[in-house]
Write a protein that binds this ligand. Structure first.
Ligand code: F6R
Length: 608
């Protein structure tokens, strides 16, 4: 995830900015840069790669004199990692410098408008459109220009801004992306994360949505979007640096689980325009979509599990036949592929060896490929014919949570887009699906906020030997992921079974008090799943049911029930997975496992 630091004060800015960026390294980044006002102009130095490269370039900040500056670590979203795409970004005359976290959804529109007015753009970033738009509106009053820009841009952002003709100020603004400000004895600071400035001050101001901060070396003033001053109280941060890195959460996995409402919003909202799904990155016309004969979804691990869910969604909604393969099987089974097929490759890292090999196999056979990827500029992103980015930000915990949720959203959007192009749904149905999708972030947040009940329940199972997950249809796909999360981080043996298949042998493993988690979100399959529940209970199983709110008869059939809010039957995975992630997490924590680094697992499996 990108990181922002800004400083104005008595000391040299560059070493302070570099030090702050170092504290943000844990968030993940692919390039870094700083801008410093040197007494005459704003100088920018930036580089792709580790912060070390930037430190060498700036001689640890020594060759960038000046006491005002902004810095950034970038995690690429628009345009691959490169020196040019790194932040800060300039306006055309290099008199304004901007660092930005988040996504400007309408950047292309802004870019087109400004290009028509004679502006030229040198990077592929959405951030440059903010710098150039500031230039367009700027008439000597920074606050006025920033407000005009904020009224114009859509999406999520936190911004650090410098104006060469106001070298005694640093400006900051935000919407839906965190940013704080703080004062210390040596100057004023902004940061996207308290870790970056903790060593200078523990008293920080949280800049609210659609607010602007104006920093001088010994004061900070805040303004609302109407330009009116806002009074703010500082908050004292008690966390130690280690906890601060995790935003106060005990583990990165928990932090990333709590980031899911934002991740889902970030993946979704840039692709919804006026009640329609618009996927700019798809590169397929309606005719191309209509001509698809079959989809082949290929991935590993949790990414594969999103494919298992997606199969039901593409087939159900868009009526396209789907094969789903584990990449390590696909690449060796000599699959039958047709040039009218589309191979969808899914990967958080974009580097998983089997998944990459599967992509290369499809390409070698001349089959069109589409990759759903999180890491911009990764091998899979570079080699696929088209890429749909998940924009989940970096995942630090080894067990994936937020990238999984973002991948599901990409599938839902693609399914709606495909269904629409193929005439399987009309405008009203598209609108209804979008309305349900837009509710997901709040619904996920609500489920996360109800964690206490799951935590208590999970504590009972820290000593469990075997835990089973069952479900039918999409509920089976959810079971696969719930089971993987649990075994991956708690080392408890677990299996996921299609509910109807359990009786063909495996049921003999169910003993007195064995926990069986039954997922039942698909109403049409509900009576069948209930009969499976009855079956395992007669064997002595303790049944935890995850089901939709309103399906109250589950209370009679299961021993413990967790309800998820009502949503469209295709989207239930996004909700039902939340209690299962929390369950796995709390069982693992209760057992004393190191949930962020499960044994024998690396974040991306890049070896053959
Ligand atoms: C599970 C997990 C793995 C990955 C799998 C694929 O929590 O993280 O199962 O999903 O290794 O990795 P990517 O998506 O990077 O290709």
């Amino acid at each position: 995830m990108c990181g922002i630091v800004g400083y104005i004060g008595e000391d040299q800015a560059a070493p302070i900015l570099l030090d702050g960026l170092e504290k943000l390294e844990y968030r993940g980044y692919d390039s870094a840069g700083i801008a410093v006002f040197d007494g005459k102009e704003i100088e920018i130095k930036k580089a792709k790669g580790r912060l070390k490269v930037l430190e060498e370039l700036t001689h640890d900040g020594a060759n960038m004199p000046g006491s005002v500056g902004i810095g950034h670590t970038r995690w690429a979203t628009h345009g691959e990692p490169s020196d040019i795409n790194a932040h800060p970004q300039y306006n055309k005359d290099k008199t304004i410098a901007v660092v930005h976290n988040g996504i400007i959804e309408n950047y292309q529109k802004i870019k087109d408008k400004l290009t028509a007015k004679g502006y030229s753009f040198i990077s592929e970033t959405d951030t440059e459109s903010v710098a150039q738009l500031l230039d367009y509106y700027y008439q000597g009053n920074p606050l006025e220009a920033i407000i005009k820009v904020m009224l114009r841009i859509e999406g999520s952002y936190s911004l650090g801004i410098m104006f060469a003709d106001h070298p005694d100020r640093v400006y900051a603004a935000r919407k839906d992306s965190p940013l704080i400000a703080g004062i210390a004895s040596d100057g004023s600071y902004i940061a996207s994360d308290v870790t970056a400035i903790l060593k200078h001050t523990r008293d920080v101001y949280y800049i609210d949505n659609q607010e602007i901060a104006c920093l001088s070396k010994d004061s900070i003033s805040f303004f609302n979007i109407d330009g009116e001053p806002v009074e703010k109280e500082s908050k004292h941060i008690d966390w130690d640096a280690n906890a601060a890195e995790k935003g106060g959460y005990e583990h990165f996995m928990l932090k990333e689980m709590y980031e899911q409402p934002k991740t889902v919003r970030d993946t979704l909202s840039p692709r919804i325009r006026k009640d329609h799904v618009v996927i700019d990155d798809l590169g397929m016309s309606n005719e191309d979509i209509r001509n698809i004969r079959r989809l082949h979804i290929v991935a590993c691990g949790s990414a594969y599990h999103t494919g298992v869910t997606a199969r039901y969604v593409y087939e159900g909604m868009a009526r396209i036949p789907v094969d789903v393969d584990v990449a390590s099987e696909f690449r060796y089974r000599d699959p039958i592929l047709d040039s009218r097929d589309l191979v969808i490759i899914i990967s958080q890292s974009g580097e998983t060896a089997d998944t990459l090999a599967a992509l290369r196999l499809a390409k070698k056979k001349g089959i069109p490929t589409l990759a759903i990827v999180n890491v911009v500029g990764s091998s899979i992103a570079r080699e696929a014919d088209s890429v749909m980015y998940t924009w989940a930000g970096p995942e630090i915990a080894v067990a994936t949570t937020k990238a999984y949720s973002a991948q599901l959203i990409c599938h839902y959007l693609l399914a709606i887009r495909f269904a629409k192009a193929r005439g399987e749904i009309n405008d009203d149905q598209e609108k209804a699906y979008i309305a349900d999708l837009e509710k997901l972030p709040d619904q996920i947040e609500m489920l996360l906020n109800n964690k206490n009940r799951i935590q208590k329940f999970a504590n009972r199972y820290v000593g469990a030997k075997d835990i089973f997950f069952i479900g039918r249809g999409i509920d089976y796909a959810i079971s696969l992921e719930g089971s993987l999360k649990l075994k991956e981080i708690s080392y408890i043996h677990s299996e996921a079974y299609p509910a109807g298949e359990l009786k063909h042998g495996t049921i003999s493993l169910i003993e007195d008090q064995t926990l069986v988690t039954a997922i039942a979100t698909q109403k049409d399959l509900y009576p069948k799943t209930v009969s499976n529940i009855v079956e395992v209970r007669t064997r002595g199983a303790f049944v935890l049911a995850v089901t939709n709110e309103g399906d109250t008869d589950m209370e009679e059939n299961a021993d413990y029930v967790i309800y998820i809010p009502q949503t469209n039957r295709y989207f239930t995975n996004s909700l039902a997975i939340i209690p299962l992630q929390l369950f796995a997490y709390y069982v693992a924590v209760g057992k004393g496992c190191d949930v962020d680094k499960p044994r024998n697992l690396a974040k991306s499996v890049t070896v053959e």
